[in-house]
Design a protein around this ligand. Structure first.
Ligand SMILES: [Zn+2]
Length: 174
């Protein structure tokens, strides 16, 4: 890994959890304390899916930021994740428990997609439209700033993102 070229996992996790929190609290109401806490607990899904693109690269020894860092792979990974979620949904349904299928899916996709978006801000960018133009130089999606001078901003981005996430849940539940 080249310093300054990659985001650290804690930054990806903070961004994934924040995105999930924003989306889910605008889609759902905290009908009860229990439901609110279940939504909060499901933030564990983006906490993991937000580092999955890099995990897949290292586990399967793939080209770093190749296929795993594409829009196509974000859909494939979510589809694979969808299968056990559907099984769980039907299992719980047989026990008479309603399990909203959309919440874990949103969580998973937020984590995965925002890993790609965050990586696209770095110097090397990603092949978002892989396999189209996959042999060309990677292009950042939106290059607003560079990380080339190290992790200077990352610490503050992570802290700030977690503070915002905390405020979102505080407003949602209490
Ligand atoms: Zn990455």
């Amino acid at each position: 890994m080249i310093e300054g070229d990659v985001l650290r996992w804690k930054t990806h996790r903070a961004i994934g959890v924040f995105t999930y929190s924003t989306v889910i609290t605008s889609l759902y109401q905290a009908q009860s304390k229990l439901f609110g806490f279940i939504l909060l607990a499901l933030a564990v899904i983006p906490f993991y899916s937000s580092i999955l693109p890099d995990k897949l690269d290292s586990t399967f020894d793939l080209e770093h930021r190749g296929f795993t860092h594409s829009f196509l792979c974000s859909l494939v990974a979510t589809a694979i994740f969808f299968l056990p979620v559907v099984l769980l949904h039907f299992y719980l349904k047989s026990l008479g428990i309603y399990f909203p299928i959309l919440i874990p899916l949103i969580g998973f996709y937020c984590g995965y997609l925002f890993h790609l978006i965050a990586d696209s801000f770095t110097d090397n960018g990603i092949h978002f439209l892989w396999p189209i133009n996959k042999d060309q130089k990677r292009q950042p999606l939106y290059r607003l700033w560079y990380y080339s001078d190290g992790y200077r901003y990352e610490f503050w981005i992570t802290i700030f993102t977690y503070i915002l996430t905390f405020l979102i849940w505080k407003k949602f539940m209490f």
